[in-house]
Structures are given as structure tokens and as C-alpha cells.
Design a protein around this ligand. Structure first.
Ligand SMILES: CC(C)(COP(=O)(O)OP(=O)(O)OC[C@H]1O[C@@H](n2cnc3c(N)ncnc32)[C@H](O)[C@@H]1OP(=O)(O)O)[C@@H](O)C(=O)NCCC(=O)NCCS
Length: 174
């Protein structure tokens, strides 16, 4: 089997900027969580497609944290990066920032982690290039990706907890 050439996260980095319009808000005037999830899914899918140069599908959304409410008319920037690639699947991190209108400073408001799979025309998984982490943050996310994958597979009923070696190691004392 040929191993595909590794790619860095910045090669597939995808940045999407949105403005929160009235149609995107809930009854208290904040960005509706479902709309943010749609934006996260789209920007993540583009990143995964750029990394793999394949058609990709969402396999799982592993975590989304809604840390701060986002007000109507806020300018929201989503930055999506591949944190690790396995065989056919890729973990994607999205950092969501809100921009201060006066200073232009960006505050991190949300983070999301999902898994995408590259597929062929029949929906069968295809191999993807390995990810080469470069920065300290990329290396940290790369290292944690295996245990997040194991947790996701357990929750999906695709892995037995006793086989999750990386997860178990977290709880082993020595
Ligand atoms: C995701 C999908 C392609 C997996 O196909 P499959 O035939 O079950 O393939 P496999 O069991 O070989 O899994 C393929 C990869 O997906 C990963 N995967 C599957 N489910 C996963 C989950 N819940 N979390 C993380 N990774 C998952 C596997 O670990 C495997 O990764 P690897 O190749 O890197 O080792 C298939 O389930 C599918 O098409 N699902 C629907 C996707 C979709 O329609 N998404 C849109 C949102 S509704």
C-alpha cells in the first residue's frame, strides 16, 4: 500500500467570516446554536476536502462548546484546521471568534471538534494524507486526537471500551 505524502494544517486552513443577521438569532437576540453548527460543519467540510482532495462526509461531531453568547450583528470568524488524519478519517478543530467592532480584537467564543471521512463515488472510505503538526498547539491537538477518536467510536458503538488503550492510559496511575 502506498503511503500518501503528509500535509501541514496550514495547507488546508479554512477561514469563514459571517455577520449575525436577524434570521440567525434566537428569541433573546443571540446567534442560534443550530446556525453556528451549520457554519461549523461547512467550514470543517471544506478543510477536510482540501486536506484529502476528496469528497468528504461528517462522521461525527465530537464536541461543541458554547462558551459565550454571540449578539445580533456580530462579526464571527470561524477558523478550521485538520488536527490529525488517520486512515480515511480526519479530525477537524474549529475556533470561533467574535470581533470587537471598535478595536477589531477577536475573542474566542466557541470551539468545535468533528470527524470527517473521505469517500469514493460508492460511499466507501478512501485513504487520506497524514497530518504533519508544526506549531505547539497543533502538536498538542495531534497528540489528543487518538483518545478523542476512541471516545467518539465508543459513543457510536463502533469500539469496545476495553479496546480504547489511549483512553484507558489517561486513568492508569503508573
Ligand atoms: C462515515 C462513514 C463514511 C463510515 O463508513 P463505514 O463504511 O462505516 O467505514 P469504516 O467503519 O471503515 O470507518 C471509516 C472511518 O470512519 C471513522 N468513523 C466512523 N464513525 C466514526 C465516528 N463516529 N467518530 C469518529 N470516526 C468515525 C472510522 O474510525 C474510520 O476511520 P479510519 O479509516 O481513519 O480508521 C459512513 O458511516 C457514512 O457514510 N455515514 C453517513 C455520513 C453522512 O451522511 N454525513 C452527513 C451528516 S448526516
Amino acid at each position: 500500500m502506498t503511503t500518501l505524502k503528509g500535509k501541514t494544517a496550514k495547507e488546508s486552513l479554512t477561514i469563514n467570516t459571517e455577520i449575525v443577521l436577524p434570521n440567525d438569532t434566537n428569541h433573546i437576540g443571540n446567534l442560534f446554536g443550530g446556525r453556528l453548527m451549520e457554519w461549523i460543519d461547512k467550514v470543517s467540510a471544506i478543510t477536510a476536502a482540501r486536506h484529502s482532495n476528496r469528497v468528504v462526509v461528517t462522521a461525527s461531531i465530537n464536541n461543541i462548546s458554547f462558551d459565550n453568547p454571540i449578539k445580533q450583528y456580530s462579526v464571527v470568524t470561524l477558523e478550521a484546521k485538520v488536527s490529525r488524519a488517520f486512515n480515511s478519517s480526519m479530525e477537524i478543530f474549529v475556533d470561533v471568534y467574535v470581533e470587537d467592532r471598535i478595536t477589531g480584537n477577536k475573542t474566542l467564543c466557541n470551539q468545535a471538534i468533528s470527524s470527517f471521512v473521505a469517500i469514493d463515488q460508492n460511499g466507501s472510505p478512501l485513504p487520506v494524507p497524514p497530518l504533519i503538526p508544526e506549531t505547539e498547539e497543533e502538536k498538542k491537538r495531534y497528540d489528543g486526537a487518538l483518545r478523542r477518536r476512541q471516545l467518539s467510536l465508543i459513543l457510536a458503538g463502533r469500539m469496545k471500551p476495553e479496546d480504547a488503550t489511549e483512553l484507558k492510559a489517561l486513568f492508569d496511575k503508573d
